[in-house]
Design a protein around this ligand. Structure first.
Ligand code: FAD
Length: 411
């Protein structure tokens, strides 16, 4: 088989790269290991597919620090607004949630995938499925891509093989092998947007599954305080849930050199004075009840029991026996529950991969390799990532669009 451009990987990035050059006269092939493209896309947003975030370009880039500079050009070229227009033009109505996350109104990732695949097919893009590329080589300006049963030759290659998480969807990190063969630096792939494992005894095996609707997690990095707010859940040995995934993004690099201390404000709507008064009022109204039970409408009972025990050093203390110093300790624990994070959960469970092909060696204006002419990269295989909320698909779409346009322009 031969083509002008071969895209390795038919995920969000590869499909958008294919679409960008449809009907341009470029012969384009998309190769994917799976029997159908976009397997990971179907899993996104719990099957609802959070396609982007409704930010201005500058806000979007700011949220994607430390990769903002590299992403600037492609996000301007194909912005969150342009992504929304792209899908609306194809009769996918969208809904923006209060936090800015954008979903198809149908809440079906399969609708998003169908539009991407149909648009590519209409543009005469050829799909080669069930084909895992094992090697990519270049000789005399021609690339040759080999799988067990096929050889594809082409003038340009876009590597869009994704990261390393959820490998059953096909993203096993093969792109790192190809890039490294061509002399690219691969920054160690690691889990990002992932649950965190803590060393604290008080939560080991005791709170798994207990969820909190709204907490504020604070941490200090390079002497700067960061605070993130949202829902969380305790796991058997740590913490998870939406706000924790974003916290993981802040600390994944710090965890390489050691533990990270976090504090959780379990009741962020109360300031300390308000909380003190609330506790006093509740004790006065229920003096003979067990202390932990006076909080039942504010926090889950299992967590209330543990926190009361930590504050008073007693089991089942009666409310009116709470002395002033234990009350101060209780308030402090409710507002700044300390947790020591020792590591993230594994990369297989992660939403995205931190690390990958170094952005120092990719031209951000074209997505072309600075090392090998006519070799391009798109999507999660590149060492870029964004927070939860549609940022990572937008990055895949924008880098894919730019890589596809750049590879096509060469025709
Ligand atoms: C559970 C989950 C939920 C998520 N939800 C969201 C969300 O709602 N919003 C959001 O913005 N982000 C979300 N993400 C992140 C997002 O899915 C990814 O960042 C995005 O899909 C990356 O796209 P990609 O095209 O770079 O890679 P992928 O989607 O991983 O696609 C890579 C493709 O390359 C193919 N491939 C790999 N190696 C080879 C090879 N050697 N030969 C041939 N083909 C190969 C694979 O089969 C795969 O189809 C989620 C991630 C997970 C795991």
């Amino acid at each position: 088989m031969n083509a002008n451009v071969c895209i390795v990987g038919g995920g969000a990035a590869g499909l958008m790269a294919a679409i960008s050059s449809a009907q341009s006269g470029t012969k384009m092939i998309v190769v994917d290991s799976n029997s159908n493209p976009g397997r990971k896309l179907l899993k996104t947003g719990g099957g609802r597919c959070n396609i982007t975030h409704s930010h201005s370009v500058d806000e979007f880039l700011n949220a994607c620090r430390p990769y903002s500079r590299f992403l600037r050009h492609c996000i301007y070229e194909f912005s969150p607004e342009a992504v929304c227009d792209f899908f609306r033009d194809k009769d996918i109505d969208l809904i923006t949630e209060a936090n800015g996350s954008v979903f198809p109104v149908t809440n079906r990732a399969s609708d998003v995938l169908r539009v991407l695949v149909d648009t590519a097919r209409r543009g005469d893009v050829e799909f080669v499925q069930n084909c895992t590329i094992d090697t990519i080589e270049k000789k005399d300006d021609i690339f040759s891509l080999r799988s067990k049963s096929k050889e594809i030759t082409c003038e340009r290659v876009i590597i869009a093989t994704g990261g390393k998480s959820l490998s059953l969807t096909g993203s096993r990190g093969d792109g790192y092998k190809f890039a490294s063969f061509f002399g690219h630096t691969i920054n160690t792939p690691r889990a990002c947007l992932v649950g965190l494992i803590a060393s604290d005894n008080w939560l080991q095996g005791k709170l798994g599954g207990v969820s909190l609707r709204d907490v504020e997690i604070s941490l200090k990095l390079s002497n700067k305080k960061h605070s993130l707010r949202g829902p969380m859940v305790f796991t058997s040995n740590g913490i998870g849930g939406p706000v924790v995934l974003n916290v993981s993004r802040e600390i994944v690099d710090e965890l390489i050199s050691g533990d990270v201390e976090l504090s959780i404000d379990i009741l962020p709507d109360f300031n300390e004075n308000l909380l003190r008064q609330e506790i006093i009022n509740r004790i006065n109204s229920n003096p003979k009840r067990e202390l932990a039970s006076i909080f039942t409408d504010l926090l889950p009972r299992s967590l209330a029991i543990i926190i009361c025990q930590m504050a008073t050093q007693k089991r089942n203390l009666i409310a009116n026996q709470l002395d002033k110093s234990s009350r101060t300790k209780l308030i402090s624990l409710l507002k700044k529950l300390p947790i020591t994070i020792i590591k993230t959960r594994g990369i297989e469970e992660a939403t995205v991969t931190r690390g990958g092909v170094s952005i120092e060696e990719i031209d951000s204006k074209t997505m072309q390799s600075k090392i090998v002419d006519s070799l391009f990269f798109a999507g999660e295989v590149i060492d870029v990532d964004g927070p939860c909320g549609g940022y990572n698909l937008q990055i895949a779409f924008s880098t894919g669009m730019l890589a596809g346009r750049s590879a096509t322009k060469r025709n």
